[in-house]
Design a protein around this ligand. Structure first.
Ligand code: LLP
Length: 862
């Protein structure tokens, strides 16, 4: 037989369904038709390796062998799905019985040596390939099942831990076509196991997690394959983690070295160790998606071009940063060698390194035993002999990967605005100009990746380097998957909404049922809160106000005009909080007149108008020193913020009040808006309780509003139960004091949408624009805060997206963009776009800029 082999590797999900075995058979048939022989390397069915680990634990603990049962059940289930006969399944059954016996041995002896552990783990792949041979037979393909352990033999590595010989074995790439021919028995289809090999002494060993890719590359090298296809559950390598950033682009072509860099820096599709053998054998690798077999994936081969290019922005979390500083270092030969010696001796591998005249900083990625473990403790001890040692956990490495990376450095500036208030701990550039890495606090890493990716990678166009984005590739599949998920309220009202804007004018539309449901949810969950006040600045539409008042909430106002409107619409009984800032003094008089609880930002107001406040009950707004929010412009605490009095100086307000015979009966703090961290309000309360002893007349404490809503995919909704729990934990300390909150956005954001007719669409170079009848004059949040609002083509809700568009308005400002790079179906003038989450801070912040009237409001009452 002279024709060349093609190696196909299938991962856990790719071998776990009858449908996928059908796809595997189809690919084999295709390759056979081209005259190729096919060598398949398969992983264990998905989840089976985890269950095998658990099975060992169960046996060691003499517990019910639930995992073994699960594994057997899973294989029987798949065999049934494929339609295998009992006879065809028999060899799988026998294998799993043997596995049962080994586990029984572990149970009896309560011992599982690394050697035995490796043997037990190998059953995942042994069983999947046994089942696979039968599955291929079912599709009329006769294959030879080869035991990987007959061909892949590990090498003993100096200094390797004894256990690692079995569970992290290393196999050197060798070419041995004869052995492979003998094993294949002249068959044109071979099926063998990934992940497993044997030691020179004939024992089963494992290549470590993710090792099946490496197995496949080793086999490809061994048999001199023409190419290697890695079939998995994604389309290929992406320009960033697509699950975090859906605009990630598929990388079409990348060199071995770049792919290696990307895999090592955190891209998880491919195991970094598999690239060596493939590169050595000059075998091109192609990553393909088993669920979308027609699509073109990522091709990895020798370098084709030397042109500068950014390929990806990736991150690795859970990194430890170690800094060794000493003044003795300067000019001492051999100092670096002394610093690095203990790392080598203790088996701790160093990732990034930076040195200065007096310090060495390194990052560590995967310290054996963690930073609490013995090797790390000994490392610190040794390093302390050389200088001062500091350690930082919770850091992440963000890397830009590509070629001739130095040439893009000038583009990075704006992305680093995130670091005005945060530190970059270390910057490192790889010696081959393949990456630049930044060590930053873990909490900042995600934002940095998003911004860098946004800035450095093209969104549009498809070329030899980049294919479509992940969201475009998967939009159809996701639509099917989420068909059952609950839809936002406006989905069911498509026709009615389209009708509302048939005159070509834009409209804000509010659904009172949604507003009511949000109010109800707050009342139900926030049981620790005695008084809920709606911050009407978010939306003062009369119907919206009535709906919220009917749910039993009071109103928080920040101007005399707001107070007057409340009294006019909602009567005299509804409780009002007045929490203005730098507000004209006569408005306080209006507030007192209308029976509001009045809050002051500081003692300066009493000094300014002592008579106004004489004998009054007053609230004081304090600044705890720091806040949170969806954007820096909505953080309302901290030294530079114009709100509140420093909490530590609250006594100054008490004193000023006493001078005019007033008492401080309320304590208030609002630290920001659009907060999704459920601990925020508990923290605020704790800070306020710390000064309550200075306020003997306290009647109420208000921990503000700021409750955030989900604006884009991937955000975690605010857990109201958790918010309440944190507050309830402190309830005992409150005694008779009433706890208050004053949410705005949470009540009204989702209940409102902005409907805007499309007036024109156009392309300018690579960029496509959708022009709307209204823009920042109706909704200023994207321009002001870079806020993200979901945008949908309401006229074509069921159409698949065809690519990216910038959604813009008619205002003469570059910032008049409601959404950048939005995935939309093919869109035309006359369509209507719907902008989500427009119920809060939408219409209320609108303007007549350019003398264009903003969208009018329509309220849906039923
Ligand atoms: N209490 C006080 C004292 C406030 O200043 C605010 C909002 C709230 C409560 C209600 O915050 P909420 O629950 O709505 O987050 N225009 C910005 C939001 C500014 C918030 C101003 N103060 C935006 O569109 O995101």
């Amino acid at each position: 037989m002279t024709s060349r082999w093609v190696v196909l590797k299938f991962g856990g999900t790719s071998v776990a369904s009858a449908r996928n075995w059908g796809r595997i058979a189809a690919r084999v048939t295709e390759l056979h038709a081209e005259g190729k022989r096919v060598w398949i390397v398969a992983s264990a069915l998905s989840q089976v390796s985890n269950r095998l680990e658990q099975a060992v634990e169960e046996a060691l603990g003499n517990r019910e062998p639930a995992s073994l049962g699960w594994i057997q059940g899973r294989h029987i289930e798949l065999a049934g799905e494929i339609g295998l006969s009992v006879t065809a399944y028999e060899p799988v059954k026998e294998l799993l019985e043997e596995l049962g016996q080994l586990l029984e041995g572990v149970r009896l002896t309560r011992e599982a040596s690394p050697r035995l552990h490796a043997r037990i783990m190998s059953f995942g792949e042994l069983a999947s390939t046994q089942l696979g041979i039968a599955a291929l037979g079912h599709h009329g393909l006769h294959g030879q099942r080869v035991d990987a352990r007959d061909l892949l033999i590990s090498t003993e590595v100096d200094g390797q831990q004894p256990a690692d010989r079995f569970v992290q074995a290393q196999v050197d790439p060798v070419r041995n076509v004869l052995a492979a021919e003998a094993a294949s028995d002249a068959c044109s289809l071979v099926l063998t196991q990934g992940f497993i090999a044997r030691t020179p002494r004939g024992e089963t060993c494992l290549l470590g997690r993710g090792g099946s890719d490496t197995s496949a590359a080793l086999f490809a090298h061994l048999i001199g394959a023409e190419s290697l296809e890695i079939w998995t559950d994604v389309h290929g390598m992406f320009s960033t983690d697509p699950r975090q950033l859906p605009t990630a682009r598929l990388i079409r072509q990348i060199s071995y070295r770049e792919a290696q860099e990307l895999a090592a820096m955190g891209a998880k599709v491919l195991h970094p160790r598999c690239l060596g053998p493939a590169a050595e054998g000059g075998i091109p690798i192609e990553i393909r998606n088993t669920m979308d077999p027609e699509a073109r994936g990522t091709r990895i081969g020798p370098s084709l071009s030397d042109d500068a290019a950014v390929m990806a922005v990736v991150m690795r979390e859970g990194v430890t940063l170690l800094n060794i500083s000493t003044l003795r270092m300067w000019g001492t030969p051999g100092f670096l060698a002394k610093v690095f010696a203990p790392f080598a001796e203790l088996g701790i591998s160093v990732d990034l390194v930076a040195t200065s005249q007096s310090a060495v900083s390194v990052t560590l990625d995967g310290v054996p035993g963690g930073t609490g473990g013995e090797p790390f403790r000994r490392l610190e001890e040794r390093l302390k002999l050389l200088g001062e040692v500091t350690t930082r956990e919770d850091t992440a490495v963000v890397s830009i990967v590509g070629r001739r990376i130095r040439t893009v450095l000038h583009k990075l500036g704006p992305a680093f605005a995130v670091f005005r208030e945060h530190e970059v701990h270390l910057v490192s550039e790889s010696s081959e100009d393949l990456n630049v890495s930044f060590v930053v606090g873990q909490q900042d890493a995600r934002t940095l990746v998003d911004r860098l990716h946004d800035q450095l990678l093209p969104k549009q166009g498809s070329d030899e380097l980049f294919g479509p984005s992940w969201e475009l590739l998967t939009s159809k599949q996701r639509r099917i998957e989420t068909a059952e998920a609950p839809k936002p309220w406006w989905h069911a009202r498509q026709a009615e909404l389209l009708d509302l804007v048939s005159d070509g004018q834009s409209r804000y539309v509010y659904d009172l049922a949604t507003v009511r449901a949000q109010a109800h949810g707050l009342r139900q969950h926030l049981t620790a809160v005695g008084g809920l006040y709606y911050a009407m600045k978010a939306n003062w539409n009369a119907e919206v106000l009535r709906t919220i008042a009917a749910e039993g909430l009071g109103i928080e106002c920040v101007s005399a005009a707001e107070i007057k409107l409340v009294r006019e619409l909602l009567g005299d009984a509804i409780p009002i909080l007045f929490t203005p800032n730098f507000c004209p003094l006569d408005e306080y008089a209006v507030a007192f007149e209308h029976g509001a609880d009045v809050t002051l930002d500081g003692p300066h107001l009493i000094d300014l108008a002592p008579e106004l406040f004489r004998g009054r009950e007053l609230g004081v707004r304090v600044d705890p020193g720091g806040g949170l929010g969806h954007h820096e412009k909505v953080v309302t605490a901290g030294a530079q913020a114009k709100f509140g009095h420093p909490v530590a100086d609250v006594a100054e307000v008490v004193r000023a009040a006493a001078e005019v015979g007033a008492t401080v009966t309320g304590l208030h703090s609002h630290v920001g808006s659009g907060i999704l961290d459920p601990d925020s309000w508990g923290r605020t309360l704790q800070g306020l309780l710390a000064v309550r002893d200075q306020l003997p007349d306290l009647r109420w404490i208000d921990v503000g509003g700021g409750l955030g809503v989900v604006e884009r995919a991937g955000q975690q909704a605010l857990d109201l139960a958790a918010v309440n729990l944190r507050l309830a934990e402190l309830a005992a300390e409150l005694g008779d004091i009433e706890l208050r909150m004053e949410p705005g956005r949470y009540l009204v954001s989702e209940g409102g949408v902005l409907l805007a007719p499309v007036t024109q669409v156009r392309r300018k170079g690579e960029v496509r624009f959708v022009g709307l009848a209204t823009g920042m004059n109706s909704l200023i949040r994207p321009a002001l805060y870079g806020a993200w609002h979901g945008i949908h083509n309401l006229s074509r809700l069921d159409a698949d997206p065809d690519g990216y568009w910038h959604v813009v308005g008619p205002i003469c400002e570059t910032g008049d963009v409601l959404g950048r790079d939005r995935l939309l179906p093919s869109t035309e003038a006359g369509d209507v776009l719907l902008i989500e989450n427009a119920g809060a801070y939408g219409r209320v912040m609108a303007s007549r800029y350019n003398l264009r009237e903003p969208a009018a409001e329509v309220v849906l009452t039923v």
